[in-house]
Design a protein around this ligand. Structure first.
Ligand SMILES: *Cc1c(COP(=O)(O)O)cnc(C)c1O
Length: 399
């Protein structure tokens, strides 16, 4: 099921190579069509284009050549027929949900899904009469038990981006198919370089392009990939009318980022693995959540579904939140901030999961994103400041 070495090498060709497009004077990069509308020589041609404003360039909320170019490229990378780009990841996610589920219908969603996605679903449930069940994504049988006659969508995210828990994608895809339910997955963490959900039977793949695709922390974007039929439905029902279209300048930036996606991911993966392994060996680190580590509880599933791991992981520690926040503040090479997927290493600190606090095993949780810096310099930075956690004045604040 995982991507083969051959497929991974081909990915490099796919991101680099484009077929010759004679419309642009041989320009090797797609020009930025910085235009809101497109005019026609004759009214007859205009009438023809107006029959499908998603397929023809009439108005940039429906179709812009620079955006479409990126859409075609991402569709090929995911192995899908068609794709739509959006102004942000949440633009894509909300468009998928609005297009596929209406009032009185039911969604089953992974309880560790991206926070704003869960907030959106909770709001749809409270204010728009959409039924939502959140459940543990590890519990495949729980999904079967949650199915109702009005269930329309399984909303998945695997691995999740806080605890890095996985769902059994082929099993959930076939369960959903047997009940006429559509499956959609947030694949931002893995990217198509490390995980291809469509090949496992999933219907729709979404990404925050803000993260690895962009790769340079300079733009927001989202995408959904799937069959021509489903992407067409999303296009007409919510892409056009909710209006979260990607700007052409953004499409150009994200296309540029995409050219080096596999190169960057290899680097993030090897550095993050080295640093996660280093942290896992510490006596005061209780657990490192990283699907590539030996202690990962869903190791077998990870080996089946993922062909690599990227740069984002988390760990829980016995030190207090306050002390870990000071540790994070003192780091030289890690910036404190949300998001991830760029060149720069990032860190955020919060409370450990409730069960760890209750059973007295850990106090703080740390999410790390490993950029493209020298991993040994990052480890030295971590160590230099870790030593301060044991200064006598702080010691009493750890478990
Ligand atoms: C960032 C993120 C999103 C949302 O994407 P935006 O581009 O910020 O709207 C969705 N899912 C995951 C896993 C993310 O990390």
């Amino acid at each position: 099921m995982t991507t083969s070495e051959r497929d991974k090498n081909h990915f490099y060709t796919q991101v680099s190579h484009d077929s010759v497009d004679s419309r642009h004077q041989g320009a090797i990069t797609m020009p930025v069509y910085q235009s809101s509308l497109f005019a026609f020589e004759t009214h007859q041609k205009f009438d023809e284009a107006m029959k499908d404003v998603l397929a023809a360039s009439v108005y940039s909320r429906g179709n812009n050549p620079t955006v479409m170019y990126l859409e075609e490229k991402i569709a090929r990378l995911e192995g899908g027929e068609s794709a739509r780009c959006f102004a942000s990841g949440m633009g894509a996610i909300s468009a998928v949900i609005f297009a596929l589920v209406g009032s009185g219908e039911h969604i089953v969603c992974v309880d560790q899904a991206y926070g704003p996605t869960r907030e959106l679903l909770a709001d749809l449930s409270a204010r728009f009469g959409v039924e939502v069940t959140f459940l543990d994504g590890k519990d495949t049988e729980g999904f079967a038990a949650a199915i109702r006659p009005n269930t329309k969508l399984f909303y998945l995210e695997s691995p999740t981006s806080g605890l890095f828990e996985m769902q059994d994608l082929p099993a959930l895809a076939s369960l959903a198919k047997a009940h006429g339910i559509i499956t959609a997955i947030d694949n931002s963490w893995a990217t198509p370089y490390f995980q291809k959900p469509l090949s496992m039977g999933i219907d729709l793949v979404m990404h925050s392009l803000t993260k690895y695709f962009s790769g340079h922390s300079d733009s927001l974007g989202g995408v959904v990939v799937g069959s021509r039929e489903l992407i067409g439905l999303i296009g007409h029902r919510s892409y056009l009318n909710l209006g979260a279209a990607m700007a052409p300048q953004t499409a150009s930036l994200i296309t540029r980022g995409l050219r080096t996606l596999p190169l960057r991911l290899e680097r993030h993966q090897s550095s993050a693995f080295k640093i996660a392994s280093h942290l896992a060996a510490k006596p005061d680190v209780v657990r490192v959540n990283h699907p590539g580590l030996a202690g990962y509880p869903q190791k077998e599933l990870a080996a089946r579904q993922l062909s690599g791991y990227g740069g984002l992981f988390s760990f829980v520690t016995r030190h207090s939140v306050e002390n870990m926040k000071q540790w994070a503040t003192d780091l030289d090479y890690f910036r404190i901030g949300v998001s991830w997927g760029g060149y720069e290493s990032l860190v955020t600190v919060g409370a450990a999961p409730a069960k760890d606090i209750e059973d007295g095993s850990a106090l703080a949780s740390v999410r790390m994103y490993i950029g493209i810096e020298d991993p040994d310099e990052l480890i030295a930075d971590i160590e230099r400041n870790w030593a301060k956690l044991y200064e006598p004045s702080l010691r009493s604040q750890s478990l």
